[in-house]
Design a binder for this molecule. Structure first.
Ligand SMILES: Nc1ncnc2c1ncn2[C@@H]1O[C@H](COP(=O)(O)OP(=O)(O)OP(=O)(O)O)[C@@H](O)[C@H]1O
Ligand SMILES: [Mg+2]
Length: 159
């Protein structure tokens, strides 16, 4: 599985996020999945360094959707607390997913059937040591066709 890459600190995860952000079109939707504490928000904070709004990032635990004013509009939502598709529809997620600007969705696996195509997918896992995380990033064009982002594009490890 060499197309997964590892990070060994929150800073490295942020750096990978910043690099992915620099590769995205201005209307990208990025769907994050993975366990609690696997580094999704840290990755998003790094992306928002690129978009000039890192200081505005907070986990959208109470507000479902946070809107950040960066060099382009950035929406950040977290579906952890939404349990049913009905709740998701009621929350205006479909309109959000279709909106302009960058849309960053944590716990996106909970809204799998609502996610638009094309989309980017970032999957995050805990690693073998406390500060190790694993990531895999794809551009999904349709359900049968996705392109993996190679680690070299996304990570520069400090010597
Ligand atoms: N390599 C790493 N990358 C990212 N975070 C790390 C790493 N090592 C340790 N951490 C710590 O793990 C935690 C990751 O938290 P973060 O909020 O980014 O996860 P999350 O996936 O968004 O969690 P949640 O599912 O609760 O939203 C932070 O406390 C961070 O400092
Ligand atoms: Mg989070």
């Amino acid at each position: 599985m060499h197309d997964r890459f590892e990070t060994y600190s929150e800073e490295e995860t942020r750096a990978a996020g910043k690099r992915l952000a620099a590769l995205l079109p201005a209307s990208a939707l990025v769907a994050f999945s993975g366990d609690l504490g696997s580094g999704k928000t840290a990755f998003i904070r790094g992306m928002c360094v690129h978009f000039g709004c890192a200081d505005q990032v907070s986990s959208p635990t109470f507000a479902l959707i946070n809107e950040y004013k960066g060099t382009i509009p950035v929406s950040h939502c977290d579906l952890y607390r939404l349990s049913s598709l009905h709740d998701m529809r009621e929350s205006g997620l479909e309109a959000l997913f279709a909106s302009d600007g960058v849309v960053l969705v944590e716990w996106a696996e909970r809204a799998q059937t609502l996610l638009p195509l094309p989309r980017y997918e970032v999957a995050a896992w805990h690693g073998e040591s406390p500060a190790q995380r694993r990531f895999e990033i794809r551009l999904v064009n349709d359900e049968d066709n996705s392109i993996l982002f190679s680690p070299e594009q996304l990570i520069v490890r400090q010597a």
